[in-house]
Design a protein around this ligand. Structure first.
Ligand code: SAM
Length: 243
């Protein structure tokens, strides 16, 4: 049987998904940061602050920020003295990131085009691996997790920030209405791109629930896996250790 994977609410071939996700992020790159602020009312900044506080980057540590896009997580970790490599499959997102870094006077980050499923880094190259709002876009999540495990040193830590499913009664319905009805309209108004933002919302809905994703992290070889839900699970921080 031919393998299919989800692209939002559609089923497509793996090659098609990778290409379509590439098109989405090439289209949204220029307006990505302004849309993040608009869609989350600035809250993505607080989630990212909390995420990096959990990672606890230390001076001189080598950290891979995977699906790092325009650099939000990398900039925060670099500010704490870590030696950060920002990797993303999409050169357009990294280009915006490099320009933002230059504007902010941030130097010393490594920028590297990489597919999370097939990294070119050696085994045990990093002390920590972070991926924020990226993993749901990856075609084969299990392959990306296996690669995360491979490139970490023993004692290395894995952290993932991703949208999940809020368990708060009432809030879930409001969020559903907001995300399906309002976000695509914001996408149209701000970025003139309704379809990309419809995909981004649909991809959140297709992402595995917290216990299932935590299990996948365990299956990739990580131990002491943990989930920290934010806003009842609207967003979640998953983590694990390589031993
Ligand atoms: N981490 C950034 C942040 O939190 O603002 C960017 C998140 S953005 C929603 C998702 C990113 O995942 C995009 O930059 C996209 O190009 C990247 N991406 C999608 N599939 C990928 C893959 N297979 N390997 C690496 N990056 C990927």
């Amino acid at each position: 049987m031919t393998e299919t994977v989800s692209f939002g609410y559609s089923e497509v071939s793996p090659t098609e998904k990778t290409a379509k996700v590439g098109e989405v992020f090439a289209r949204v790159a220029r307006r990505y940061d302004i849309m993040n602020d608009a869609m989350s009312a600035g809250m993505h900044r607080l989630w990212k602050d909390r995420f990096v506080a959990r990672v606890k980057p230390r001076a001189g540590e080598r950290i891979l920020d995977m699906a790092g896009g325009t650099g939000d997580i990398a900039f925060r970790m670099h500010a704490r003295g870590a030696d950060v490599t920002v990797s993303d499959i999409n050169p357009a997102m990294l280009d915006v990131g490099r320009a933002r870094a230059a504007k902010k006077g941030i130097e010393g980050l490594d920028w590297s085009v990489q597919n999370a499923e097939t990294l070119s880094f050696g085994d045990g190259a990093f002390d920590a691996y972070t991926i924020a709002f990226g993993i749901r876009n990856v075609t084969h999540i299990d392959k990306a997790l296996a690669e995360a495990h491979r490139v970490l040193k023993r004692g290395g830590r894995f952290f993932c920030l991703e949208f999940s499913t809020t368990q708060w009664p009432g809030f879930a319905e409001v969020y559903d209405f907001y995300s399906h009805r309002i976000v695509p309209r914001l996408g149209k108004a701000i970025a003139d791109d309704e379809d990309s933002y419809r995909y981004l919302i649909e991809s959140i809905r297709r992402f595995p629930p917290m216990p299932e994703f935590e299990q996948m992290i365990g299956e990739a070889g990580f131990v002491q896996t943990k989930v920290e839900p934010l806003l009842g699970g609207l967003v979640a921080i998953h983590s694990g250790w390589k031993i």
